[in-house]
Design a protein around this ligand. Structure first.
Ligand SMILES: Nc1ncnc2c1ncn2[C@@H]1O[C@H](COP(=O)(O)OP(=O)(O)OP(=O)(O)O)[C@@H](O)[C@H]1O
Ligand SMILES: [Mg+2]
Length: 234
């Protein structure tokens, strides 16, 4: 039997992190990244020690949403995330230099696990993980290695998204991963069952991307702020 030291290394690295919130959604383009970034900004503003980790190899976007330019982690017995807007920020984009990363499934998984194993988060109240779309090896590995992770599931009012959501929830149940709540993004009409937070479609959101101060003033951010208590994140 091959012994894998990585789970215990990652556990040690994440020891000082009180809660890990994995923002997932399986479907692409439904607002996982804007939710993850806005959540990190809101938590940091409340004074919580907050980290944000963009784990989407194919489409890292948190640095664009936050307008975080010219950052790079410091090497100090591992990697120390740069601090931006009060958030310890790590992104796979630091290592892909904005090029498409032609990694195969297992390699993506290995790269993510490696990053989880070498990043020095220190003491944090919250670490927000921006998960890639879909449920592939990498996503499963993240849930397996970041044992403390709780899921914040993003969905939209479409029956297609809803169906995918139900399947994802069944998987998390089988993995015994706690689900913090369901966020319905681009909400309209009546709320679907089980939804904890409804984020309206906000036409002003696009123009606020890249500017944290403007982002904080959007209806999208206000809707998420109003839902924090219900999600147990206040
Ligand atoms: N409530 C909203 N109102 C207006 N625009 C929104 C809203 N939610 C998301 N968007 C826009 O939709 C686009 C996709 O959002 P985002 O990148 O966060 O989705 P994602 O689920 O992370 O996508 P991917 O699966 O590619 O990672 C972005 O341009 C974002 O600004
Ligand atoms: Mg995304």
């Amino acid at each position: 039997m091959k012994l894998d030291p990585r789970p215990s290394v990652i556990e040690e690295r994440l020891k000082g992190v009180k809660r890990i919130i994995a923002v997932t959604g399986w479907k692409g383009g439904i607002g996982k990244s804007v939710t993850a970034c806005t959540l990190a900004l809101l938590l940091a503003k409340k004074g919580y020690r907050t980290g944000l980790f963009d784990l989407d190899f194919a489409g890292a976007s948190d640095h664009i949403i936050l307008g975080a330019k010219g950052l790079f982690p410091k090497e100090e017995k591992g990697l120390e995330p740069p601090v931006y807007e009060g958030i310890k920020f790590m992104s796979v984009v630091f290592f892909s230099e904005n090029r498409a990363v032609p990694l195969r499934g297992a390699d993506v998984s290995d790269a993510i696990i490696e990053m989880l194993a070498i990043t020095q988060w220190g003491e944090l109240d919250f670490l927000v993980l921006d998960m890639p779309p879909g449920i592939n090896d990498a996503a499963l590995d993240i849930m397996r290695f970041a044992r403390k992770a709780e899921v914040l599931a993003v969905t939209t009012p479409s029956i297609i998204a809803r169906d995918v959501l139900e399947r994802s929830l069944a998987l998390y149940r089988s993995l015994a991963t706690p689900v913090l709540g369901i966020v319905e993004n681009m909400a309209r009409g009546a709320a679907a069952g089980g939804v904890c937070a409804r984020l309206r479609f906000d036409p002003a959101l696009e123009a606020a991307l890249g500017r944290p101060a403007a982002l904080a003033k959007t209806a999208f951010s206000r809707d998420l702020a109003a839902a924090l208590k219900k999600l147990g994140l206040d």
